[in-house]
Design a protein around this ligand. Structure first.
Ligand code: DGL
Length: 284
């Protein structure tokens, strides 16, 4: 089932170059964290569009335009491969958009869908995601393209990103929201649930305690596995000498730093720079 990257890279990049990654905010740190677990020597260039978060409430065409700007920025930073650490960007970028990118690009949706189908026993899969990702139907389409009989139940969880972006990972309000959002999945008897937004694994404890016996799929794990396999097969892994990472955000704020520290286990301030790429007033 594995066919990444999503595009045809144009030339063989230099293995010592960094891996590019982006999200609307801190959610992509779940992919960043996973990459460092699997490939600790790979330098990362990360972009978080924190000035425009949440993407999940926006017009898909505007998100697509913003995601294309971020891809161009990462290419300027000379990355050798790109992991789209944002489900909604992964859902709205088209094959044509990705064909313009000269380095290999990896997305979350394909990998998450494939992993869920491998895990499910009853072919009933749940997807928790932002309203925009649910609206694109990207997970439903991709899962059904592999198995037309699979039953996919989606649930939009608009409160989850604001919780994580403000440093709230548990408590009564979170519990209440989790119960509300997973009710339709329980009703359908899903045995597997995909984190369809990279912010959601930050709420893992709060979510999984209400989903006893259900397999959770984190596409961050799958995308990193595919990226690692690709770099390995193509002899593109970085040598043992570690370069440092660079983290860009459109609005650097205390919460961005503290969440990074919590999930990446380090103070990212010395690696960080504020760069605004996408104007909020921009029209699609
Ligand atoms: N983390 C992003 C995703 O995976 C979206 C968060 C947002 O709404 O900005 O889709």
């Amino acid at each position: 089932m594995s066919a990444p990257p999503l595009n045809q890279p144009l030339s063989r990049p230099d293995p010592t170059l960094p891996v590019g990654m982006f999200d609307s905010g801190v959610g992509g740190f779940t992919v960043f964290r996973e990459l460092k677990k699997v490939l600790p020597n790979e330098p990362v260039v990360y972009y978080g569009d924190t000035a425009n978060i949440p993407y999940g409430d926006r017009d898909p065409q505007l998100i697509r335009k913003w995601a294309k700007n971020i891809l161009a920025f990462l290419l300027q930073k000379n990355v050798k491969a790109i992991a789209i650490a944002c489900n909604i960007s992964s859902s709205v970028l088209t094959a044509e958009d990705l064909a313009q990118v000269p380095v290999p690009v990896f997305g979350l949706v394909y990998n998450g869908a494939a992993a869920a189908l491998q895990a499910t026993k009853n072919s009933r899969i749940g997807v928790i995601a932002t309203a925009a990702t649910v609206e694109t139907g990207s997970y439903v389409r991709t899962i059904r393209s592999f198995n037309p009989r699979a039953e996919v139940t989606q649930s939009a969880c608009p409160k989850f990103v604001p919780f994580t972006e403000s440093g709230v990972f548990n408590g009564n309000e979170v519990d209440k929201a989790v119960r509300e959002y997973i009710a339709p999945l329980k009703e359908k008897g899903v045995d597997t649930v995909i984190y369809g937004c990279t912010h959601y694994p930050l709420l893992e404890q709060a979510i999984t305690k209400h989903l006893d016996g259900v397999q959770m799929i984190d596409p961050a794990v799958e995308i990193v596995e595919e990226l690692a396999a690709y770099l390995h097969t193509n002899d593109l892994l970085h040598s043992a000498t570690r370069q440092d990472d660079m983290i860009y955000a459109s609005d650097l704020n205390e919460h961005f730093f503290s969440t990074a520290e919590l999930f990446l286990n380090r103070d990212i301030r010395p690696l960080t720079q504020e760069v605004k790429l996408n104007l909020p007033e921009q029209k699609a």
